[in-house]
Design a binder for this molecule. Structure first.
Ligand SMILES: Cc1cc2nc3c(=O)[nH]c(=O)nc-3n(C[C@H](O)[C@H](O)[C@H](O)COP(=O)(O)OP(=O)(O)OC[C@H]3O[C@@H](n4cnc5c(N)ncnc54)[C@H](O)[C@@H]3O)c2cc1C
Ligand SMILES: C=Cc1c2[nH]c(c1C)Cc1[nH]c(c(CCC(=O)O)c1C)Cc1[nH]c(c(C)c1CCC(=O)O)Cc1[nH]c(c(C)c1C=C)C2
Length: 524
């Protein structure tokens, strides 16, 4: 998000704060459009990639095992995913792109009901019947049938919570609590009652505003959709990068039909590919392991950055920030701006990875994983569990593989990632790692009926993803507008804002698309 309109002067020097996928993709595209510009990318951590973190551990037989300590899949239909796959293709890495088919078992998702049984989210007639018989579906069908007849809002410009929106449209709080709260756990790790409807359910709000009802709107739009055109953002990418229109349209057409995209050897391959490409560029410099402590303007209206170790970067024509608002707050001397930025708290997620060789403990529940709705008593504060072994074993390569592609029969193993905490967690109550392992074991004994002995035999690893997801509170969009104005007052057009807090959505594709669009706008 640009805070003012500007075009970078020739041979100017800019700084990018954060070498996560947001900072790297912005830098990658800017370096393409403006080879004259000098870019310094600064990160407080010694590694690049931010929350995208594909780590290798050794199992009990000392074999290397990949575990994801953050995101692992991208939505095929997100426009940014086409950008990511096309970029990997340009960097000669398309052979690492994998996908999950629509009808794959790895595309099934389960929810936990109030009795701790897993119920499949309907994907067939059989699963629909089972779902409708379960208490989780209470008020859903009646709510949906009556939805077209419910009044739309008197003041659609005012925000409300996601929970209130669902309650209004379905006529019952149960639908939000039983179904939608689980989906919100699986994207925002947050409470459906606290999340902004405008920020998190924008397409549904648009349907209500246009058609007066979600059902009427959905029936109306599905028939009018033009399948062949590139969406505006991708058309902009095609033109700006000089891509072949037919090839890019075909790629988008192929990806949008796929529920999930992943990368062989982990999602970190993408930020690593960007990092390697940027490292080869003599106009790009990395400063890693040095957090930014202050950002200000100098006497000439240019920007100046101080690092925690005392070093300074001066005469900066532009600064791109990609951190959470609370981190940005630590960089400014303007008390009002800092106060505004601190209004956005962030959720902490405890990621608990599990690996067990030679045994498939998930046999009965082959799927993407399961989510826990807020209607479940959930004493372990579990948000959901991703079944990594099922996903990996159902991945298919997108492009024809080189002859070296591993054709061996897949081995049996169990790998999953449990995500705990989010809005259930108060920052001051973070416990020792072993506590979370025990919590996950306790939940899995009940939900999946896995025995204590089998759970004890596996390898466990805990990662505290502290303040990893911004809390998109009610009136968040108004907060964004106010923050943009305040930044503009301080820095004029010399600053732009990226990352999860300022892009269209919290997903990797959104952040990457945002990086491309702002790099394009700045380069003129
Ligand atoms: C648990 C979890 C699961 C997720 N799952 C998915 C998924 O399945 N699919 C999906 O699309 N998205 C997923 N996401 C979202 C995805 O991780 C983000 O969209 C993406 O990583 C955001 O990248 P970023 O570069 O904007 O931010 P970050 O990755 O947060 O990068 C910001 C960088 O700034 C650095 N930094 C912080 N403070 C300073 C400072 N003072 N000075 C300098 N540098 C600093 C940090 O070290 C970091 O490297 C998930 C996120 C989480 C937390
Ligand atoms: C249980 C906790 C979490 C799981 N994933 C995330 C959390 C907090 C974070 C996350 N997941 C997704 C995104 C990107 C959203 C986007 O706009 O692209 C983020 C930030 C993707 C996602 N994961 C699930 C859903 C329904 C979505 C949205 C789009 C989609 O792919 O359909 C499901 C899901 N996430 C988690 C689990 C256990 C789970 C389902 C079983 C983990």
């Amino acid at each position: 998000m640009l805070v003012g309109s500007t075009k970078l002067a020739a041979n100017s020097h800019i700084a990018v704060v954060g070498a996560g996928v947001g900072g790297l993709s912005f830098s990658y595209f800017l370096a393409k459009f403006r080879p004259d510009v000098n870019i310094t990318i600064i990160d407080g951590s010694k590694r690049t990639g931010g929350w995208i973190n594909s780590a290798t551990i050794e199992d009990k037989e000392k074999l290397p095992i990949l575990i994801e300590k953050g995101p692992r899949t991208l939505r095929g239909k997100s426009e940014g995913t086409t950008l990511i796959v096309d970029t990997l293709s340009s960097l000669d890495q398309k052979e690492f792109v994998y996908y999950i088919e629509k009808n794959s078992v790895a595309n099934r998702k389960f929810l936990v009901d109030k009795d701790d049984s897993l119920v499949q989210v309907p994907s067939s007639f059989g699963s629909l019947v089972k779902f409708l018989r379960n208490s989780l579906s209470r008020d859903f069908v009646t709510g949906l049938l009556a939805e077209p007849f419910r009044k739309s809002r008197m003041y659609p410009c005012e925000d409300e919570s996601a929970s209130d929106f669902i309650k209004r449209r379905f006529g019952s709080e149960l639908v939000g609590n039983n179904i939608f709260s689980a989906i919100f756990h699986g994207i925002y790790a947050d409470d459906i009652k606290q999340l902004s409807a405008q920020r998190t359910l924008a397409p549904l709000l648009a349907l209500e505003a246009k058609h007066g009802s979600l059902v009427k709107g959905m029936l109306g739009t599905s028939t009018n959709e033009k399948k062949s055109d590139l969406p505006e953002a991708l058309a902009q990418y095609q033109k700006r990068m000089g891509k072949d229109l037919k090839e890019l349209s075909e790629l988008y057409g192929q990806l949008r039909k796929l529920p999930m995209i992943g990368l062989r050897n982990g999602l970190e391959r993408f930020p690593k590919a960007l990092y390697m490409a940027l490292q080869k560029n003599p106009k790009v410099q990395f400063v890693l392991g040095h957090p930014v402590s202050q950002l200000e303007t100098d006497g000439n209206g240019k920007c100046q950055i101080s690092l925690a170790d005392g070093h300074q970067l001066r005469e900066l024509e532009h600064v791109r920030l990609t951190n959470t608002p609370a981190v940005m707050a630590t960089m400014t001397r303007d008390k009002q701006l800092a106060q505004l930025l601190r209004q956005v708290k962030a959720n902490t997620v405890v990621l608990v990875n599990f690996y067990l060789a030679k045994t498939d403990l998930l046999e009965q529940y082959h799927s993407f994983g399961y989510l826990v709705p807020q209607s479940n008593s959930n004493k372990e504060q579990l948000l959901g569990v991703i079944f990594d072994s099922v996903i990996e074993q159902n991945f298919k390569p997108l492009a024809p593989q080189h002859s070296s592609y591993d054709q061996r029969e897949p081995q049996k193993f169990t790998k999953f990632t449990a995500m705990v905490g989010g809005h259930y967690l108060s920052k001051h109550s973070l416990r020792e790692e072993s506590y979370y392992v025990e919590q996950v074991k306790s939940a899995l004994l009940r939900h999946l009926k896995i025995s204590q002995d089998q759970l004890d035999r596996g390898y466990w690893e805990v990662t505290m993803a502290t303040d990893c997801l911004p809390q998109f509170f009610v009136n968040y969009n108004r907060w964004v507008a106010e923050t943009k104005t305040k930044f503009a007052q301080n820095f004029g057009p010399r600053l732009s804002l990226g990352g999860m807090a300022f892009s269209k959505g919290p997903g990797v594709p959104d952040v990457v698309m945002d990086g491309f669009q702002d790099a394009d706008a700045l380069s003129g």
